[in-house]
Design a protein around this ligand. Sequence first.
Ligand code: ZN
Length: 117
Amino acid sequence: MPYLFRVHDTDGNYHGTCSRRCYEALGGTSHCVCGGINHGVGLRRAAANSLDLQSVRVCGRMLPADSPHLIVAKNPALESLAEQTTWPWAEPAHVQIATELARNHRQPDSDPNASWK
Ligand SMILES: [Zn+2]
C-alpha cells in the first residue's frame, strides 16, 4: 500500500507519514500529518489532496507545507495514484462493502441459494 507523503524537518526530526492508516480510516479522530484532509477519503482522493497539499500538522500545529524548515517528501507516484480509478483499493474497504451490500439489498430474493443466507 502506497504512502502519500512523509514529513521531516531540517533538524532531522521525523513527524509522520500519511498512509493507508489515514486514508482508509473508519471514523475516529485523525492525528495525521495531513491534518485530517485525507482521513478516510480513500487512496485516489487522498492522492489528489496530497498533490495540492497546503499545510501539514507538526507537533499539533498546522504549518504551511512549504515552510523552509520542513521537508515534505511526497510519493513520486501521487499523480498516477490520483488518476487511478480502477484499482481495488481506490475506495476504502468500508465504501466497497457498503456498495456491495446495497447491490445485494436491491435483489433480496433473486438468488435463494446465495451462500450468505
Ligand atoms: Zn493523513
